[in-house]
Design a protein around this ligand. Structure first.
Ligand SMILES: CC/C=C\C/C=C\CCC/C=C/CC(=O)SCCNC(=O)CCNC(=O)[C@H](O)C(C)(C)COP(=O)(O)OP(=O)(O)OC[C@H]1O[C@@H](n2cnc3c(N)ncnc32)[C@H](O)[C@@H]1OP(=O)(O)O
Length: 266
């Protein structure tokens, strides 16, 4: 995720929000940053695990290739207490709202797998460029984990790919390979892997060429209703999440899924 303001101000290596991947593991989070208590400088929000910049100040490819984001950190949703789940979900909401409502131009340069929470952050951007690699799937696969995508994930999906495609993909937990993601409109461009960053930059330039105030007002006009829907029921959404995730059956499903992931690795 690229923040236009920092880019324009020549500070593409600014503070990064989020968690770095554990050694030998995939980047899951972007949520151990304390987005709830300190104002998140979205101007400085980058793909969290991007290593920074090269000598010219241009962003360099991620140090964790193959994965854009593995979505929300499942270990944050397993075996914890209700207060932890509530705080975690509030942070997830906050991250999404700030990204979705940002007045900046945000372009997602997706150079790896992008399931669930990863997809939802990409969807909060203005434009998505995906690397053409059949392993780089994108979508909301929650049902395959035995959980349900919250209504605002669903809303963002419907806004992007329409009702019927969302209904089908959500129920099936379908992860789209690049060609299908492009076809259904989930991403805007699919390009060879080594052109993701340059294409994202070109897209950024295209969006920045539009007068800022007009673009920002238009963006807000298009997104406000969706964001307001969550804003109106934030607390209820947190309570829903906590009671849902605390169920024994859901905990069991998540543990089984995590175990499968770990075994697959071995
Ligand atoms: C009525 C209803 C009301 C309310 C409902 C409300 C809310 C519920 C919904 C909550 C929303 C959740 C959204 C999410 O984002 S869930 C997470 C979904 N993510 C996934 O399914 C991705 C899983 N991961 C993978 O498919 C692969 O890891 C990936 C393709 C990304 C990368 O593959 P690779 O081969 O490179 O890595 P692995 O060897 O598989 O994994 C390495 C280690 O990373 C661990 N891992 C992977 N993903 C996660 C994750 N999301 N969270 C935590 N840990 C993860 C994996 O177990 C390996 O761990 P170690 O062995 O190294 O410990």
């Amino acid at each position: 995720v690229w923040a236009a303001k920092a880019w324009r101000e020549g500070d593409p290596g600014g503070t990064r929000a989020g968690r770095r991947p554990r050694a030998g593991s995939v980047p899951t989070g972007f949520l151990d940053v304390d987005v709830t208590s300190a104002p998140l400088a979205l101007e400085c929000l980058y793909t969290p695990w991007a290593p920074g910049t090269d000598s010219d100040g241009a962003p360099t490819p991620q140090d964790c290739p193959r994965v854009f984001s593995a979505g929300l950190d499942l270990t944050e949703m397993c075996g914890r207490n209700p207060a932890h789940y509530a705080e975690y979900w509030k942070a997830v909401q906050e991250l999404w709202l700030r990204t979705y409502l940002s007045s900046l131009v945000l372009v997602a340069a997706i150079n790896g797998a992008c399931p669930a929470g990863g997809c939802i952050i990409a969807l909060a951007c203005d434009c998505r460029v995906l690397a053409d690699n059949p392993k780089y799937h994108i979508g909301l696969n929650e049902t395959l984990l035995g959980i349900t995508a919250p209504f605002w994930f669903k809303d963002a999906y419907v806004n992007t790919i329409g009702h019927r495609a969302s209904e089908q993909a959500l129920q099936l937990g379908y992860l789209f390979p690049p060609s299908e993601a492009l076809q259904v409109g989930l991403v805007d461009q699919v390009v060879p892997e080594d052109q993701v960053l340059s294409t994202a930059l070109s897209e950024m330039a295209r969006w920045l060429a539009v007068p800022d105030h007009a673009r920002q007002l238009t963006k807000n006009m298009m997104r406000k209703a969706t964001a307001d829907r969550l804003l109106r029921q934030r607390d209820a959404d947190i309570q829903n999440f906590v009671s849902f995730i605390c169920r024994d059956s859901i905990q069991k499903s998540l543990q089984v899924y995590l175990e499968k992931l770990r075994q697959r690795k071995g």
